[in-house]
Design a protein around this ligand. Sequence first.
Ligand code: PLP
Length: 257
Amino acid sequence: MVDPDQPDPRIGAALDHIRNRIAHAARESGRDPAGVTLVAVSKTHPASAVAAALAFGQIVFGENRVQEAQGKFPELRTARSGRGEPGPLLHLIGPLQTNKVADAVQLADVIETLDRPRLADAIEAAAQKAGRMPELLIQVNIGEEPQKAGIAPDQADHFIEACHRRFGDALTGLMAIPPADIDPAPFFRRLVAMADRHGLARRSMGMSGDFEQAIAMGATSVRIGTAIFGGRPAPASTASPDTMPAGSGSRLASLPD
Ligand SMILES: *Cc1c(COP(=O)(O)O)cnc(C)c1O
């Protein structure tokens, strides 16, 4: 049994395991493991899971819904800063609606999903109003999939240049989610080439199933959820973390080595 007053030790063990795999993948390709940021994707998981990961030294988190993040992060930040502890830092990694931008700009340290001119307009206006500009990554629909967010690759160069002029140093990189079920390598390569072309240092690519390959190809951020926090309900579900199916966290116990 997990003691509810103690941070879930399975999250600590999973984090250790992932950190080791990240370091190994980096060294295998002659890279410094410090050049790869682990973004722990806590979407659908309760604030207690984020608190547990924080207790095990994880500072950077990813969420895909502004409202869900608002329910977890401000309180954790207040508690941590009250104890003089850093973080949590928040990356927003989900499709962003313009009506959520004001909140996103207040809350996020990094917005990874800038993908259209209207969103750039909204971010610029909101940042001006808030007196605060998060770091920005442009999401590229690298596999040209109609159901996925991201700027189309054939419009990306133009959009990146426009955002660079507009946001200056706040624009730091590119993000992509390659198509599922096929070799992601060509897509990772394509994203890295695009980032190189524009002198953008951050490459956010790689998830639980493919992060080692992403690191080999030049990822500087990997976004990992399932392999740290366990399974999630199906994406279409509106279930809150409190109504997650029993045992959904138990997959942590059966992580592959
Ligand atoms: C959910 C999500 C992830 C994490 O996926 P896992 O397979 O659970 O590691 C990474 N990136 C984005 C954009 C996501 O929405």
